[in-house]
Design a protein around this ligand. Structure first.
Ligand code: UD1
Length: 416
C-alpha cells in the first residue's frame, strides 16, 4: 500500500490544472447503458473509481476503452448483474440500477460500499423507481429489481439526493410518458449528466432547479461529450493556496460552481479573482476563522468540509463547522489533532481554535476528502507528515502529489 511523505512549510506558487470531474463522470459513464450506439467521452479523469466503473460497464455488456482521458464505449448485449467485488469498492455503482431497469427491465446490484461517511442508504433511489413500476427484493446482499417497462411518474424526494436524482433522471429518459422529479439535487454534476443525456436525444427540462421534467423517448443515440471540470479538486487547490500562504493560478477552476467555497475563503482574508487564464488565489497574510455549514448545492459542499477545516486549524481565532449532509464525516478530526490542531466535536458540530503551527506526524486517511485535508495540513506542518492508506485519495485525485510538487510542494509517494 502506498503512502505519502510530505515535507511541509513551502509556499505554493504557480499554475495548477484542474482535471475532469469524478462525480460528474461516474453517472455519465453509467448513462452509456441507456444508449443505442457508440459514445466518446473526453476529459475523463484517470482515477481508480473511473477504472472501476469501466470494468463494471464491461461486465454489464458495455465494453469501454480508456486512453489519455478519452473513453470510447460501445453498448452491446446488456447483462443485469453488478457483482459485489466491484460495487463494494465504489458506492456510485448503484447508478447502474436506473439505466439497467430502463433498458432491460432487470438489475441485480450488490448493496454499495464506498466511503464510510455515514449510513448512506439508497431508499430514495428504490422508492422512486418503484413509483415508475419497478419491484425490488433484497437477496443475499443484492438488490434485485424487475419491471415490465418503466412508466413516467411524479416523484418527490424526501431530501435532495445527488445519486437519487441521477438514477431517476437516467431511468426517466426511456420511460413511457412524463416524469416529474421534485426536491431534486441541484448540483452542477446533476446538470452535467442532464446535458449529456440531452446531447444524446433525451427530453429534459429544469435541471439545475429543484424540479426536473423528463419526457420519455424510445431510444438514445451515441455521440461525444466532454465532462465538466472537477470543482472539488479545484476547491482543494484553493485551500492549498490558503494553507501555505501561497499564490496559485487554478486553471480550469469553475468559479460560479465554487462560489460558496470562494466566498468563505475570501471572508477569511484570501484574494481570489477570476482571470482569463483561470482563478487566481493569493494568501498574503494570516487568515481569520469563519463558520461553515454544509448544505446541498448551492450551499457549502460537504466534499470541501474536511479541506476547509484544515485551513481553519491554522486561522486566527475560532471557527465552527456544522456537517448537515453526512452524520459521520469528522473522521479527519482526530488525525488533524495528531498534527497539533485544536478541534472539538459535539454531534454534527466541530469547534476549531486556530493554532500557531502544526507539526508533522504519521496520520491515517479514512475517506477520500479526509485524505485531502491531511495532505493540506501536511503541506503547512513543520517537519514530515506521513499520510497512510492513500488508496482513498487515489479514488478521487489524479496525481495530486505531481500536481502539487510542480507548484512547490515536497511530497514523495513510497510503498509501505
Ligand atoms: C454524492 C457525491 C458525494 C457527495 C454527496 C453530497 C458522487 C459519486 N458522490 O454522493 O461525493 O458528498 O453527493 O453532495 O457524486 N440519502 C438517503 N437516502 C437515499 C439517498 C441519500 O437518506 O436514498 C441521504 C444520504 O444519507 C445523505 C444525503 O441524503 O445524508 C445526501 O446524499 P446523496 O446526495 O445521495 O449523496 P451521494 O449521491 O451518495
Amino acid at each position: 500500500m502506498d503512502k505519502l511523505l510530505i515535507e511541509g512549510g513551502t509556499r505554493l506558487e504557480g499554475a495548477i490544472d484542474v482535471g475532469g470531474s469524478k462525480n460528474a463522470a461516474l453517472p455519465i459513464l453509467f448513462g452509456t447503458i441507456l444508449l443505442d450506439g457508440p459514445m466518446t467521452f473526453t476529459n475523463v479523469p484517470n482515477l481508480r473509481d473511473i477504472h472501476t466503473t469501466l470494468t463494471l460497464l464491461g461486465i454489464l455488456g458495455c465494453p469501454c476503452a480508456y486512453d489519455s482521458r478519452v473513453v470510447r464505449a460501445a453498448p452491446g448485449q446488456l447483462k443485469a448483474e453488478a457483482p459485489y467485488d466491484l460495487v463494494r469498492t465504489m458506492r456510485a455503482s448503484v447508478l447502474c440500477l436506473g439505466p439497467l431497469l430502463a433498458r432491460i427491465g432487470e438489475a441485480r446490484v450488490a448493496l454499495p460500499g464506498g466511503c464510510a461517511i455515514g449510513a448512506r442508504p439508497v431508499d430514495q433511489h428504490l422508492k422512486g423507481l418503484e413509483k415508475m413500476g419497478a419491484h425490488f427484493e433484497l437477496e443475499s446482499g443484492y438488490i434485485l429489481g424487475r419491471c415490465n417497462g418503466l412508466k413516467g411518474a411524479h416523484i418527490t424526494f424526501d431530501m435532495p439526493t445527488v445519486g437519487g436524482t441521477e438514477n431517476l433522471l437516467m431511468a426517466a429518459t426511456l420511460a413511457e410518458g412524463e416524469t416529474v422529479l421534485e426536491n431534486c439535487a441541484r448540483e452542477p454534476e446533476v446538470v452535467d449528466l442532464a446535458e449529456f443525456l440531452r446531447h444524446c436525444g433525451a427530453r429534459i427540462e429544469g435541471h439545475g432547479s429543484s424540479t426536473i421534467t423528463v419526457q420519455g423517448v424510445s431510444s438514445l443515440r451515441g455521440s461525444s461529450y466532454a465532462v465538466m471540470p472537477d470543482r472539488i479538486e479545484a476547491g482543494t487547490f484553493l485551500a492549498a493556496a490558503a494553507i501555505t500562504g501561497g499564490d496559485l493560478l487554478v486553471r480550469g477552476c469553475p468559479y460560479d460552481e465554487l462560489e460558496a467555497v470562494i466566498l468563505k475563503l475570501q471572508g477569511m482574508g484570501m484574494r481570489i479573482e477570476q482571470t482569463p487564464e483561470g482563478v487566481r488565489a493569493v494568501c498574503d497574510g494570516p487568515l481569520n476563522g469563519t463558520d461553515v455549514k454544509t448544505q446541498p448545492y448551492p450551499g457549502f459542499p460537504t466534499d470541501m468540509q474536511a479541506q476547509i477545516m484544515a485551513v481553519m486549524a491554522l486561522a486566527r481565532g475560532a471557527s465552527m463547522v456544522e456537517e448537515r449532509i453526512f452524520e459521520n464525516r469528522f473522521m479527519h478530526v482526530l488525525e488533524l489533532v495528531r498534527l497539533g490542531a485544536d478541534i472539538r466535536v459535539s454531534g454534527r458540530t466541530a469547534m476549531i481554535r486556530g493554532v500557531e503551527r502544526l507539526t508533522g506526524a504519521p496520520v491515517m486517511a479514512s475517506d477520500l476528502r479526509a485524505s485531502a485535508s491531511l495532505v493540506l495540513a501536511g503541506l503547512a506542518a513543520h517537519g514530515v507528515t506521513e499520510v497512510q492508506r492513500i488508496y482513498h485519495l487515489d479514488r478521487g485525485y489524479e496525481r495530486i502529489e505531481d500536481k502539487l510538487n510542480a507548484v512547490g510542494a515536497r511530497i514523495r509517494r513510497v510503498k509501505d
